[in-house]
Write a new protein. Structure first.
Length: 244
Protein backbone atom coordinates (compact mmCIF):
# COMPACT_ATOMS: atom_id res chain seq x y z
CA UNK A 1 0.00 0.00 0.00
CA UNK A 2 1.37 3.36 -0.85
CA UNK A 3 1.86 5.96 1.84
CA UNK A 4 -1.06 5.37 3.87
CA UNK A 5 0.58 7.89 12.04
CA UNK A 6 -0.01 8.92 16.22
CA UNK A 7 -1.39 5.84 18.22
CA UNK A 8 -5.11 6.16 18.42
CA UNK A 9 -4.94 4.59 21.80
CA UNK A 10 -2.17 4.60 24.40
CA UNK A 11 -1.82 2.69 22.05
CA UNK A 12 31.66 8.95 -6.82
CA UNK A 13 32.33 9.91 -9.55
CA UNK A 14 35.53 8.64 -11.14
CA UNK A 15 38.33 11.15 -11.65
CA UNK A 16 37.90 12.68 -15.12
CA UNK A 17 40.25 11.32 -17.73
CA UNK A 18 42.30 13.70 -19.82
CA UNK A 19 40.62 14.71 -23.05
CA UNK A 20 43.00 14.25 -26.01
CA UNK A 21 43.53 17.18 -28.33
CA UNK A 22 41.51 17.07 -31.51
CA UNK A 23 43.52 16.37 -34.65
CA UNK A 24 45.15 19.52 -35.96
CA UNK A 25 44.36 21.54 -32.86
CA UNK A 26 46.94 23.76 -31.26
CA UNK A 27 46.82 22.02 -27.90
CA UNK A 28 44.72 20.11 -25.44
CA UNK A 29 41.09 20.93 -24.95
CA UNK A 30 39.89 22.92 -21.99
CA UNK A 31 40.44 21.30 -18.60
CA UNK A 32 37.43 19.51 -17.19
CA UNK A 33 36.15 20.70 -13.82
CA UNK A 34 37.17 18.61 -10.85
CA UNK A 35 34.72 15.89 -9.93
CA UNK A 36 32.71 16.74 -6.84
CA UNK A 37 33.52 14.77 -3.72
CA UNK A 38 30.96 12.04 -3.07
CA UNK A 39 28.55 12.52 -0.23
CA UNK A 40 29.84 10.60 2.73
CA UNK A 41 27.45 7.92 3.95
CA UNK A 42 24.89 9.07 1.39
CA UNK A 43 22.44 6.80 -0.34
CA UNK A 44 23.41 6.50 -4.01
CA UNK A 45 21.09 8.12 -6.51
CA UNK A 46 18.87 5.20 -7.48
CA UNK A 47 15.30 4.04 -7.43
CA UNK A 48 14.15 3.83 -3.84
CA UNK A 49 11.57 1.38 -2.59
CA UNK A 50 11.01 1.91 1.10
CA UNK A 51 8.90 -0.11 3.52
CA UNK A 52 7.82 1.57 6.74
CA UNK A 53 7.10 -0.27 9.98
CA UNK A 54 5.51 1.72 12.76
CA UNK A 55 2.55 2.77 14.82
CA UNK A 56 0.22 5.75 14.67
CA UNK A 57 3.10 8.22 14.46
CA UNK A 58 3.69 6.83 10.96
CA UNK A 59 0.11 5.95 10.00
CA UNK A 60 -1.52 8.57 7.72
CA UNK A 61 -4.97 7.20 8.47
CA UNK A 62 -4.68 8.71 11.94
CA UNK A 63 -2.78 11.85 10.90
CA UNK A 64 0.74 10.47 11.24
CA UNK A 65 3.44 9.80 8.68
CA UNK A 66 3.76 13.36 7.38
CA UNK A 67 7.52 13.00 7.91
CA UNK A 68 7.50 10.54 5.01
CA UNK A 69 6.15 13.13 2.56
CA UNK A 70 9.52 14.90 2.72
CA UNK A 71 11.05 11.83 1.12
CA UNK A 72 8.44 11.65 -1.61
CA UNK A 73 8.73 15.37 -2.36
CA UNK A 74 12.54 15.28 -2.60
CA UNK A 75 12.72 11.90 -4.31
CA UNK A 76 9.77 11.83 -6.73
CA UNK A 77 10.75 8.44 -8.13
CA UNK A 78 10.70 6.81 -4.71
CA UNK A 79 8.10 4.19 -3.85
CA UNK A 80 6.79 3.86 -0.34
CA UNK A 81 4.92 0.96 1.22
CA UNK A 82 3.61 2.05 4.59
CA UNK A 83 2.74 -0.87 6.88
CA UNK A 84 2.37 1.28 10.01
CA UNK A 85 -0.81 0.99 12.00
CA UNK A 86 -2.06 3.02 14.93
CA UNK A 87 -1.65 1.17 18.23
CA UNK A 88 0.91 -1.31 16.91
CA UNK A 89 3.51 -2.66 19.30
CA UNK A 90 6.89 -3.81 17.97
CA UNK A 91 5.92 -7.49 18.02
CA UNK A 92 2.99 -6.65 15.73
CA UNK A 93 5.30 -4.68 13.47
CA UNK A 94 7.64 -7.67 13.33
CA UNK A 95 4.88 -10.11 12.43
CA UNK A 96 3.62 -7.85 9.66
CA UNK A 97 7.16 -7.53 8.26
CA UNK A 98 7.67 -11.28 8.40
CA UNK A 99 4.29 -12.07 6.85
CA UNK A 100 4.01 -9.36 4.21
CA UNK A 101 7.55 -8.27 3.27
CA UNK A 102 9.96 -11.15 3.79
CA UNK A 103 8.08 -13.45 1.38
CA UNK A 104 8.68 -10.84 -1.35
CA UNK A 105 12.44 -10.75 -0.77
CA UNK A 106 14.82 -10.64 -2.42
CA UNK A 107 12.98 -8.08 -4.45
CA UNK A 108 13.15 -4.41 -5.27
CA UNK A 109 12.90 -3.10 -1.73
CA UNK A 110 15.92 -0.97 -0.85
CA UNK A 111 15.22 0.41 2.63
CA UNK A 112 13.20 -0.26 5.75
CA UNK A 113 12.26 2.45 8.25
CA UNK A 114 11.51 1.13 11.74
CA UNK A 115 9.83 3.55 14.14
CA UNK A 116 8.04 2.08 17.13
CA UNK A 117 8.18 1.11 20.77
CA UNK A 118 6.13 3.66 22.65
CA UNK A 119 3.03 1.48 22.71
CA UNK A 120 5.12 -1.35 24.15
CA UNK A 121 6.60 0.90 26.81
CA UNK A 122 3.27 1.82 28.33
CA UNK A 123 2.02 -1.75 27.92
CA UNK A 124 4.58 -3.20 30.29
CA UNK A 125 1.88 -4.22 32.74
CA UNK A 126 -1.06 -4.98 30.45
CA UNK A 127 0.92 -6.87 27.79
CA UNK A 128 4.13 -7.73 29.63
CA UNK A 129 6.23 -5.74 27.19
CA UNK A 130 9.73 -5.30 28.60
CA UNK A 131 12.76 -3.64 27.05
CA UNK A 132 14.29 -7.08 26.50
CA UNK A 133 11.20 -8.25 24.60
CA UNK A 134 11.03 -5.06 22.54
CA UNK A 135 14.72 -5.26 21.65
CA UNK A 136 14.38 -8.96 20.75
CA UNK A 137 11.60 -8.15 18.28
CA UNK A 138 13.55 -5.24 16.83
CA UNK A 139 16.63 -7.47 16.49
CA UNK A 140 14.62 -9.94 14.42
CA UNK A 141 13.46 -7.15 12.12
CA UNK A 142 16.94 -5.66 11.76
CA UNK A 143 18.65 -9.03 11.15
CA UNK A 144 16.11 -10.23 8.62
CA UNK A 145 16.23 -6.95 6.70
CA UNK A 146 20.03 -6.84 6.65
CA UNK A 147 20.19 -10.47 5.52
CA UNK A 148 18.13 -9.46 2.47
CA UNK A 149 20.33 -6.47 1.67
CA UNK A 150 17.99 -3.72 2.85
CA UNK A 151 19.30 -0.50 4.31
CA UNK A 152 17.96 -0.37 7.88
CA UNK A 153 16.89 2.99 9.30
CA UNK A 154 15.93 3.01 12.97
CA UNK A 155 14.16 5.91 14.65
CA UNK A 156 14.32 6.13 18.43
CA UNK A 157 11.21 6.49 20.57
CA UNK A 158 10.15 10.13 20.56
CA UNK A 159 9.49 12.03 23.82
CA UNK A 160 6.23 11.12 25.49
CA UNK A 161 6.56 12.44 29.03
CA UNK A 162 3.52 14.63 28.53
CA UNK A 163 1.36 11.53 28.23
CA UNK A 164 0.84 11.85 31.95
CA UNK A 165 -1.81 9.19 32.41
CA UNK A 166 0.66 6.47 31.42
CA UNK A 167 4.13 7.99 31.84
CA UNK A 168 6.01 7.39 35.08
CA UNK A 169 9.58 7.13 36.33
CA UNK A 170 9.87 3.43 35.55
CA UNK A 171 8.71 3.93 31.96
CA UNK A 172 10.96 6.96 31.61
CA UNK A 173 13.95 4.79 32.51
CA UNK A 174 12.78 2.08 30.13
CA UNK A 175 12.47 4.63 27.31
CA UNK A 176 16.06 5.79 27.81
CA UNK A 177 17.26 2.18 28.04
CA UNK A 178 15.50 1.21 24.82
CA UNK A 179 16.76 4.27 22.94
CA UNK A 180 20.32 3.63 24.10
CA UNK A 181 19.99 0.06 22.88
CA UNK A 182 18.69 1.22 19.47
CA UNK A 183 21.65 3.58 19.12
CA UNK A 184 24.01 0.74 19.96
CA UNK A 185 22.70 -1.31 17.04
CA UNK A 186 24.35 1.02 14.56
CA UNK A 187 27.67 0.38 16.26
CA UNK A 188 26.92 -3.33 16.19
CA UNK A 189 26.25 -3.17 12.45
CA UNK A 190 22.58 -4.19 12.52
CA UNK A 191 21.36 -0.68 11.67
CA UNK A 192 22.69 1.60 8.93
CA UNK A 193 21.20 4.91 10.08
CA UNK A 194 19.83 6.16 13.40
CA UNK A 195 17.52 9.15 13.65
CA UNK A 196 17.22 10.22 17.27
CA UNK A 197 13.63 11.41 17.47
CA UNK A 198 13.87 11.59 21.25
CA UNK A 199 16.53 14.29 21.17
CA UNK A 200 15.29 15.88 17.97
CA UNK A 201 11.74 16.57 19.12
CA UNK A 202 12.42 17.67 22.69
CA UNK A 203 13.56 21.05 23.93
CA UNK A 204 14.00 22.33 27.46
CA UNK A 205 12.53 19.25 29.11
CA UNK A 206 14.16 16.22 27.44
CA UNK A 207 11.25 13.96 28.35
CA UNK A 208 8.59 16.05 26.63
CA UNK A 209 7.80 17.11 23.11
CA UNK A 210 8.60 20.71 22.26
CA UNK A 211 5.36 22.64 22.82
CA UNK A 212 5.36 23.91 19.23
CA UNK A 213 5.48 20.33 17.93
CA UNK A 214 2.37 19.15 19.75
CA UNK A 215 -0.53 20.91 17.96
CA UNK A 216 -3.10 19.84 17.10
CA UNK A 217 -2.91 16.85 19.43
CA UNK A 218 -1.78 18.16 22.84
CA UNK A 219 -1.76 14.66 24.33
CA UNK A 220 1.97 14.55 25.03
CA UNK A 221 2.71 11.63 22.74
CA UNK A 222 1.61 12.56 19.20
CA UNK A 223 3.36 15.36 17.34
CA UNK A 224 1.85 17.49 14.63
CA UNK A 225 2.96 19.07 11.38
CA UNK A 226 6.00 20.98 12.66
CA UNK A 227 7.39 17.96 14.47
CA UNK A 228 6.65 15.68 11.56
CA UNK A 229 8.38 18.09 9.17
CA UNK A 230 11.39 18.33 11.47
CA UNK A 231 11.73 14.55 11.64
CA UNK A 232 11.29 14.23 7.89
CA UNK A 233 13.93 16.84 7.13
CA UNK A 234 16.55 15.09 9.27
CA UNK A 235 15.64 11.72 7.78
CA UNK A 236 16.10 13.18 4.32
CA UNK A 237 19.41 14.83 5.21
CA UNK A 238 20.87 11.63 6.64
CA UNK A 239 19.52 8.29 5.50
CA UNK A 240 18.31 9.58 2.11
CA UNK A 241 20.85 12.35 1.50
CA UNK A 242 21.80 11.06 -1.97
CA UNK A 243 18.35 10.33 -3.35
CA UNK A 244 18.24 13.51 -5.42
Amino acid sequence: MVLEGPPTSPSESAEPTAVPAAAGSAGPGPALPAAPAPLRNATPARALHVVVLGDSLSDPRVHGGRYLTKLLQACPNARLDNLAKGGFMVNQMRRRFENEVLPLLPGDYTHVVVFGGVNDLYSDETAGRTVSKISADLTRIYRAAKAQGLVVIAITVSPWGGFSKWYNERRARATLELNAWIAQQQREGLVDHIVDAHGLLSCGDPERLCPEYEPPFHDGIHFGRLGQDRLGQVLLETAFAGCR
